[in-house]
Design a protein around this ligand. Sequence first.
Ligand code: SF4
Length: 71
Amino acid sequence: MGCEKMKLCPFFAEFKDGFGSHYQVMIQSYCQGVLSDMCKRKKYESVEGGLAPENLCPSGHYSKRLTGQHT
Ligand code: SF4
């Protein structure tokens, strides 16, 4: 089970390790879990076309933790 986009997903690549339990729960629930079809990144990409912004979370909110900032 898991999202078919996992290997190419910028959000997954950036947030799969670290960033605390909040992000780990999202990864486990959406990317690796049963909520994959409800991912807002997928919805964004199907509606808007192209890639969703890297910091758009599968839950639909925008992370303030930008790429490369592991603080
Ligand atoms: S963030 Fe969404 S598109 Fe990316 S791997 Fe997770 S469920 Fe798939």
